[in-house]
Structures are given as C-alpha cells and as structure tokens.
Write a protein that binds this ligand. Structure first.
Ligand SMILES: [Zn+2]
Length: 79
C-alpha cells in the first residue's frame, strides 16, 4: 500500500473524472456534474480506482469499471 491518493478539482474538462496511476492522483471536473451528490459519486469512483490499483487487483479496465459501478449501486441493488 502507498501513501494514499490526492483529489484535485478542475472547473472545466471533457470527462467527469480521471485517475492517474503514476501519481496516485484523482482529478474531478466540476462542469460535468449537476449537484454536490453527483460530485461525491465521482470522487468515490476515482478513489476506488486508486484502491484497486493500490491492492494490485488483477482485472482489466472493463472489469474495473463494472466493479466500481456495482459497488456504487450496491445499496440499491442488494435490497
Ligand atoms: Zn472509471
């Protein structure tokens, strides 16, 4: 495990967020969000990318996005 990740915010960008593995840095683009809850979701999404990477989980990009999607929707899909 490393020293954790950082989360930067930028006002304008083409994506909702991105995670840079080389620097353990998440960037969240505010213009792609509707409200604060939406921003929290993206922060969580990008930080989960960090967690997966920090634990050397052997999955490909498609599996990783699906895993994060399922984690984020778990509260709604389990009950
Ligand atoms: Zn992602």
């Amino acid at each position: 495990m490393g020293m954790g990740c950082s989360v930067d915010f930028k006002v304008v960008g083409d994506e909702r967020g991105i995670y840079y593995d080389e620097t353990s840095r998440c960037v969240v683009y505010l213009n792609k969000h509707e409200n604060i809850e939406d921003i929290y979701k993206t922060i969580q999404h990008e930080v989960i990318h960090y967690c997966i990477s920090a634990n050397d989980v052997l999955i490909d990009e498609g599996q990783e996005e699906k895993l994060i999607f399922n984690i984020q929707w778990a509260e709604h899909s389990i009950y």
